[in-house]
Design a protein around this ligand. Structure first.
Ligand SMILES: CC(C)(COP(=O)(O)OP(=O)(O)OC[C@H]1O[C@@H](n2cnc3c(N)ncnc32)[C@H](O)[C@@H]1OP(=O)(O)O)[C@@H](O)C(=O)NCCC(=O)NCCS
Length: 203
């Protein structure tokens, strides 16, 4: 009985969440494209720059997506390929571009962020909170570092890991649980730790 109710609950949530996403897309006049067979559950998309609402989110075929996505500006772009899994509690914070290619698995509780979000100089970030209060579009991003993130095919990112700005993970890189990835890695490697280092080669 309990299992049955659980199943019913998840079915309802899936139905509700996909409808909600479609409604959001309609109202925000965005470009959220969800391909056939993709399950998008519990996803929330927040856009901080309200001046021009033009969401750019692509989700490929047969993917299962539970994560939340934050788009910092009107033309931030998140692209998720086919057969991608992204677990619950994972968040993608995108200022410029986050690209996740086909057959990638990203576990629960991860953070993918392509910007520092604030300047490292106090003088340059001292007005951020006041600007935020007025509306995110008032924030000055001109001194904030950012760098496109690309996670190539077949990568697997362990739970509670963090991928920072400018990282390019080449095909079939495995990131050990709880790692902080600050640099790019070439294909077929297992990396881990904080900051992530090469642990071994994938056999
Ligand atoms: C990355 C991982 C898959 C590697 O597994 P494995 O091949 O069995 O690796 P081992 O346990 O033999 O460890 C090999 C080496 O990597 C190190 N290592 C393993 N996991 C690590 C991690 N998360 N961070 C840093 N180093 C790590 C080990 O200390 C060991 O180092 P040594 O050779 O100096 O002794 C595994 O450690 C992991 O993180 N699993 C979690 C995956 C996950 O998130 N699953 C949730 C569902 S998606």
């Amino acid at each position: 009985m309990e299992l049955y109710l659980k199943k019913l609950y998840y079915r309802f949530r899936y139905f509700f969440d996909s409808k909600l996403l479609k409604m959001k897309n309609y109202f925000l006049n965005g470009n959220i494209n969800v391909e056939d067979g993709a399950n998008v559950n519990f996803m929330d998309i927040m856009i901080y720059d309200a001046r021009k609402r033009n969401l750019n989110v692509q989700i490929g075929k047969d993917s299962i997506i539970h994560c939340d996505i934050v788009l910092y500006k009107h033309d931030s772009k998140v692209t998720i390929g086919d057969r991608v899994f992204i677990g619950e509690g994972t968040k993608i914070y995108c200022y410029d571009s986050v690209e996740i290619k086909d057959d990638v698995m990203i576990s629960w509780g991860c953070t993918i962020i392509d910007t520092n979000a604030h300047s490292i100089s106090f003088e340059e970030r001292k007005n951020d909170v006041v600007a935020w209060k007025k509306g995110y579009q008032f924030k000055d991003w001109s001194n904030v570092k950012f760098g496109k993130i690309v996670i190539e095919r077949n990568c697997w990112i362990g739970f509670n890991s963090i991928v920072m700005k400018g990282v390019h993970l080449d095909e079939n890189v495995i990131v050990g649980a709880g790692s902080v990835v600050t640099k790019s890695f070439s294909k077929n490697l297992i990396v881990g730790g904080n900051p992530a280092q090469v642990v071994k080669q994938v056999e």
